[in-house]
Write a protein that binds this ligand. Structure first.
Ligand code: MLT
Length: 431
């Protein structure tokens, strides 16, 4: 290398080192500045309990089990099913999987709001209750829980919610996350856990769950009509959770809010196949948004479609095929057998409570039995007592709200053998 080239080479290396150092200094400066910027996060989360009710219970039970590995625990807590999916559903699942394996029948993205074949099945199902739905009013979801939370995207943060207490915690938590004001109405022994509207209360969003989670109480048509009239006169909307409708027997109680005159002008209905057909792990439900539901010159059906097409890619095709099988004659017969099985469990529980003279509601048109804790015990103390002394898991009533204090929820979703064993233990302990 000659002298000129050597100087050129040295200068070049020096310049590169200088540039790299400048780059480091610049990126360090950016990091410093960013750390000085205030990041605003959703502080409403501070208003929530530290963990979701059923997660808290699961943690307590797993801690207890690991310290007491020889204790046989029977779970009558979270409403999770134990019977497998019925044969008609399994067959359709297999068929759909085969379709996905073949170039000609493979499916990619589907309509975000669900395939027509499933919507038509649901449309026909509603005809059993003399309800006419248009296909564009039916939205297939991955379950009622998700849509009950997601629907709040359509409403202003300034809306006021009316929520019964005790209540399925999802209604409360999703509104607390959004910072919305909540007014609670008491559901208690005096009103048979079926509160009716109070004209002096003004609100925008009303939550109703019937058959009720957690109390198992069911509104009749006359009572629901009062809620519909109240919603219309207040320009409010009812978010109606009908996840347990299939546990209703006979014609005395409505299976859908749309059996009530006027409901299509003021209600959205959320339903799920979780408890109806054992889809807790398979995930499929549906939400009905009537197409004439208008507030402030905005159409909620169109808004929900817009929301879903933006934020949701639909339920998997194979799951929708399986869900459609639930609504076939064969599927309906088979799921009814499963529902009857859970109803027998509910009877085992309620018979035991009758023998012990313990007050309760539910268990007839609902998988939940809501009982008064013996000796008016505190709900969490009763939870600990059952878990530690007789190895039974239930759900403390106070986890569903202040009116749930001294109450307790048992589910009928375990096996008949476990339910029988649990109630024998229960009887022997409290007799
Ligand atoms: C319950 O136990 O209340 C339900 O299983 C919860 C749910 O359906 O998300």
């Amino acid at each position: 290398m000659n002298k000129g080239a050597t100087i050129y080479y040295i200068l070049n290396v020096y310049a590169r080192i200088k540039i790299t150092k400048l780059k480091w200094a610049y990126s360090a400066q950016i990091k410093l500045n960013l750390s000085e910027v205030n990041m605003n996060i959703n502080e409403n989360y501070k208003n929530l309990n530290e963990s979701y009710l059923f997660s808290t219970i699961a943690k307590k039970v797993s801690d207890f089990s690991s310290k007491n590995p020889n204790m046989e625990i029977i779970k009558l807590g979270i409403g999770d099913v134990t019977l497998p999916l019925c044969p008609a559903v399994i067959e359709e699942l297999h068929n759909a999987v085969n379709e996905m394996s073949c170039k000609e029948t493979f499916k990619g993205y589907g309509p975000e709001q669900g395939h027509d074949f499933l919507k038509i099945s649901i449309q026909n199902y509603y005809k059993n209750f003399c309800i006419t739905l248009k296909l564009n009013e039916i939205f297939i979801s991955d379950g009622a829980k998700s849509d009950l939370g997601n629907i709040l995207d359509l409403f202003s943060k300034d809306n006021i919610c009316l929520i019964p207490d005790p209540v399925y915690p999802v209604y409360v938590d999703t509104n607390l996350m959004a910072g919305r004001k909540i007014i609670y109405i008491d559901a208690n022994e005096e009103n048979n856990f079926l509160p009716l509207p109070d004209e002096s209360i003004k609100c925008d969003i009303i939550y109703i769950c019937s058959p009720n989670n957690p109390t198992g109480a069911v509104y009749n048509r006359e009572q629901l009509k009062k809620w519909v009239d109240y919603a219309i006169s207040n320009n409010a909307i009812i978010l109606f959770d009908s996840a347990y409708e299939s546990f209703i027997s006979g014609d005395e109680f409505p299976r859908s809010i749309y059996e009530i005159e006027g409901a299509k002008a003021c209600a959205i209905e959320f339903c799920s196949l979780s408890k109806t057909a054992g889809f807790t792990g398979t995930r499929c439900g549906y939400t009905i948004v009537p197409d004439n539901l208008n507030y402030n010159n905005m159409n909620l059906n169109k808004m929900w479609l817009r929301r879903q097409t933006t934020k949701f890619n639909g339920v998997p095709y194979i799951i929708q095929k399986a869900a459609a099988a639930v609504f076939t004659n064969e599927g309906q017969k088979q799921i009814q057998e499963n529902l009857n099985y859970y109803k027998r469990n509910a009877k085992i529980i309620s018979d035991t409570l009758d023998k012990l003279d313990i007050k309760y509601t539910g268990g007839k048109n609902s998988p939940y039995i809501w009982l008064k804790c013996p000796s008016n015990m505190n709900s969490w103390d009763f939870f600990d007592l059952l878990l530690t002394k007789i190895g039974i898991v239930g759900t403390p009533g106070s986890g569903f709200g202040k009116n749930g204090e001294n109450w307790f929820r048992l589910t009928s979703f375990n096996t008949i053998e476990n339910t029988t064993k649990a109630m024998e233990r229960f009887y022997n302990f409290f007799k």
